[in-house]
Design a protein around this ligand. Structure first.
Ligand SMILES: [Fe+2]
Length: 150
């Protein structure tokens, strides 16, 4: 059995995930800056907590790509080229922003599940474990965000 994992398909998928995550991160920063309304303090702080969490996840993904013998994308140009997620602009109302964060998290969750399945088939337990952690965290965020909406 090989000691080191080298799976180009998983590297590619993780690079797409990394690109999506960078868009998600910047979306959260925009929401943190632009949000207005009665829930301002709570949402401004919560969006900061989300982007701090996203920054850590981004680092984990990039380093995982290195661990499986790949190279993480590292320029905005490449992220925009590879991401399937859309950069949001000019959203200020909580009622516009929350559904976007929910949709972004649903997008990430589907990617995590997809990569987990692919990594499991390839015997890449490290990537499985990372995706498994991400799935739990995204499901928690989605539960909380969906609870904000009535
Ligand atoms: Fe800030």
């Amino acid at each position: 059995m090989e000691v080191y994992i080298k799976n180009e398909k998983i590297q590619e998928k993780l690079n797409v995930l990394l690109s999506d995550y960078q868009i998600y991160y910047q979306n959260l920063r925009a929401f943190h800056w632009l949000v207005k309304g009665q829930q301002f303090y709570m949402l401004h702080e919560k969006f900061e907590a989300f982007y701090d969490e996203a920054a850590e996840d981004i680092d984990e993904i990039a380093e995982r790509i290195l661990m499986i013998s790949g190279k993480p994308l590292h320029s905005f140009e490449d992220y925009l080229k590879h991401a399937g997620m859309k950069a949001e602009k000019n959203l200020e109302k909580a009622s516009d922003i929350i559904p976007k964060i929910i949709a972004n998290n649903e997008h990430l969750l589907l990617s995590f599940r997809n990569i987990l399945e692919m990594a499991a088939d390839a015997g890449d337990e490290g990537t499985v474990a990372l995706m498994s952690d991400f799935i739990g965290a995204a499901e928690k965020r989605l539960w909380m965000l969906n609870s904000l909406q009535i």
